[in-house]
Design a binder for this molecule. Structure first.
Ligand code: BTN
Length: 324
């Protein structure tokens, strides 16, 4: 099943009225079997569809579709010309390939739906069609890779500020750069670096944010997740996406000029675990317990443990006693 068919059938469905399989087939110019397959695939991808014999299909919750042309027009005003896709395996993979082929600084790739979204530490990133925001931004820095420590933390701050500006006052960063509300994950960031060690670095910064559907996503990813709708009600995905791209665009220029020190105070102010007892699972799977003291200029997390203060450059943090 092609992505567009799956998206097309979902776009034909409404939250208010049932649409019959025959009507869907007529509107889409295809057979009822094709409609049936598209709906089955949408459900496999995590979309809830309410089916009632004799009446047809309906969405239990309205989905907000991206206005890709509107987004293109708004970002063009900042001199950005985003590539906009209905489906893509991964916006990061796409932009990494484009970066290697010489794509310009501030290139952006957006996908309505990713079929192979990637997360940190080799994990998959799941977002059912119409339920998430996923985009990647290519930034060509004046700095070298060695001078990018703290970049991922600065990005967390920028996303939290953007979300707070949209009304989500409780958005916080979980080290290094997850965006959480309470203990539940709202957004994640995947940064992939390019360039050699000494010359100017480039980074593809991929952001995934849950807009709705956390109730079906949580059990699939085995982690506490939340979504924007739970906190802000129905939101316009295009506006949220634009606000986040603009926040990164402005903030990364500041990071390039000033480094993480310009963000450190804000990072600590929105650090979900500051001063709290946490468990950190390091790269080898060992668990360390301690009180989160905050981060240093390199972005390393400081934990006060029974053996004294220890510094960590990588790992997964959770509140002590909570699932990682
Ligand atoms: C994580 O928390 O593990 C990071 C998730 C990053 C997901 C985004 S969605 C857009 C971009 N494309 C990808 O394949 N991944 C990132």
């Amino acid at each position: 099943m092609s992505g567009p068919r799956l998206l097309e059938v979902l776009r034909q469905l409404s939250h208010e009225d049932f649409v019959s399989g025959a009507d869907l087939a007529r509107r889409m110019g295809c057979s009822r079997a094709t409609v049936h397959n598209a709906l089955a695939q949408a459900q496999d991808a995590g979309v809830r569809v309410h089916a009632v014999k004799g009446r047809g299909y309906r969405l239990p919750l309205a989905l907000s579709w991206l206005d890709l042309e509107g987004l293109r027009a708004r970002l063009a005003k900042r001199g950005m010309s985003p590539e906009l896709f209905e489906t893509l395996p991964s916006t990061n993979s796409h932009l990494m390939a484009r970066a290697q082929a010489g794509a310009p600084h501030r290139s952006v790739a957006v996908a309505e739906w990713q079929t192979g979204g990637r997360g940190r530490r080799g994990r998959v990133w799941l977002a059912p069609p119409g339920s998430g925001i996923q985009f990647s931004l290519l930034w060509r820095f004046g700095r070298s890779v060695a001078e990018l420590s703290g970049l991922s933390l600065a990005i967390g701050v920028l996303l939290v500020r953007a979300l707070q500006g949209l009304g989500l006052r409780d958005a916080r960063v979980k080290w290094p750069n997850d965006v959480v509300v309470g203990d539940a994950k709202l957004a994640g960031v995947l940064i992939e670096l390019g360039g050699d060690m000494l010359g100017p670095a480039s980074a593809v910064i991929g952001v995934g944010l849950n807009v709705c559907g956390a109730e079906t996503l949580g059990p699939r990813v085995g982690q506490a997740v939340t979504d924007l709708r739970a906190h802000l009600g129905a939101v316009d995905r295009t506006t949220v996406l634009r606000v986040m791209v603009e926040a990164l665009d402005a903030g990364l220029a500041q990071f390039d000029a000033e480094g993480f020190s310009a963000f450190s105070q804000d990072w600590h102010a929105c650090h979900a675990h500051q001063g709290r007892e946490v468990a950190l699972t390091d790269g080898q799977g060992a668990r360390v317990f301690g009180i989160a003291q905050g981060v240093d200029e390199q972005g390393a997390l400081w934990l006060r443990t029974d053996e004294g203060v220890r510094r960590f450059h990588a790992g997964e943090v959770s509140l002590r006693g909570a699932a990682a």
